[in-house]
Design a protein around this ligand. Structure first.
Ligand code: HEM
Ligand code: HEM
Length: 304
């Protein structure tokens, strides 16, 4: 079943593209190509300085569009028994086209905060969609959970955690694009206090991002401990523990970003960390839902 591989490659490709996009911003290369869709009027500019990162980001985005188009075409042939897969792929294709246009708008309108943050939000939405179809179609008979009720509850909690991480990431995008990244220049305290004086928007956004980040940390670690105690499958337990490890790494990278005064490496890995955490939670939610016997699975793989 080639569509499964094509979906998995699309997810990994999207993670790489998210990382590259973050490097574009962190290296201040966002306007290195002053025009769009070409770069200095050509598709093959000299790949040096900021142009290297910005144009590479565009080329990898073009590659993702082709890769996902291939996955959509394969899904149409190979998942005729589950029309929702093809329909979701078409929505994903539309999302990618809109995302490329929004990427173009960030350049044409010289990086307005809201357009840049929307570009991040749409990238994460596409990642959620691609991960969901990849996970739902790669499920196999062995993954059937002994306690369907527990698996359904895991799926609900993992979905709630994924929504929280998505909202926290959009808030992080606002922190980044309104230049509030150093509004609290110290860590772990903020302006030397546990709760700083909330006197302006940058401090409110930055402090809010830290608070929701700590909430997400507690919620996802609790989720993993709870999942380990449930009657589920090895794969579900493994992904819950992976999500817990990722959220710990993500919070550490957030503090490291501040302590290094937003150095390129920690901030770019902070974007990648958010995306990887979201992927892990969506995969966990889908895996749990399908292993509880949801209608998303292929009839021939349904548990007896
Ligand atoms: C050809 C189409 C695209 C163009 C012209 C484009 C352009 C850009 C530009 C200029 C930035 C820097 C924005 C800033 O500094 O505020 C950026 C960042 C980014 N891009 Fe794209 N992009 C394109 C497609 C995509 C696609 C398809 C994805 C993912 C599915 C994506 C994901 C990202 C991400 C995650 C960032 C970082 C956002 C942030 O730091 O908040 N881009 N892109
Ligand atoms: C689950 C927890 C967290 C998630 C999912 C998360 C996610 C994100 C995301 C997606 C961004 C935007 C990156 C971009 O636009 O490319 C961001 C920005 C940021 N985050 Fe977090 N974050 C978390 C926790 C934290 C914590 C605890 C801190 C601690 C200080 C932190 C500090 C920052 C900073 C300083 C920025 C702005 C970076 C810049 O200006 O370049 N984050 N976060």
């Amino acid at each position: 079943m080639l569509h499964r591989r094509a979906f998995t490659v699309s997810v990994v490709w999207t993670l790489l593209l998210l990382y590259l996009g973050s490097v574009v911003h962190a290296t201040e290369s966002s306007l290195a190509c002053p025009d769009w869709p070409t770069c200095f009027g050509t598709l093959f500019p000299e790949m040096s300085g900021g142009v290297f990162w910005e144009h590479l980001h565009r080329l990898v985005a073009g590659g993702l569009l082709l890769m996902f188009a291939l996955a959509t075409w394969l899904a149409r042939k190979e998942t005729a028994d589950r029309p929702w897969v093809f329909r979701t792929c078409l929505a994903g294709m539309a999302l990618l086209v809109v995302q490329a246009l929004v990427g173009g708008l960030t350049v044409i309108y010289r990086l307005p905060d809201l357009v840049s943050t929307t570009h991040l939000a749409l990238a994460l939405l596409f990642l959620v969609l691609a991960t969901h179809v990849a996970s739902a179609t790669s499920w196999s008979r062995e993954a059937s959970a002994p306690d369907a009720g527990a698996a359904r509850r895991v799926s609900k909690f993992a979905t709630a955690a994924a929504v929280l991480v998505f909202l926290q990431s959009v808030l992080g995008g606002l922190v980044r694009h309104t230049d509030a990244g150093m509004a609290c220049p110290d860590a772990p305290l903020c302006l030397g206090r546990l709760v700083p004086p909330l006197v302006n928007t940058p401090i409110i956004l930055h402090f809010g991002h830290r608070v929701v980040g700590m909430l997400a940390l507690v919620a996802i670690v609790w989720l993993a401990i709870w999942v380990v105690r449930q009657g589920t499958t090895d794969a579900i337990r493994t992904w819950a523990l992976l999500a817990a490890g990722l959220v710990v790494a993500q919070v550490s990278l957030g503090f490291l970003s501040v302590l290094t005064v937003l150095a390129v490496l920690p901030v770019s890995f902070h974007t990648l960390g958010a995306a990887a955490l979201l992927t892990a939670l969506v995969h966990l939610a889908t895996l749990a839902r399908v292993s509880a016997g949801s209608p998303t699975q292929a009839p021939e793989t349904q548990a007896a």
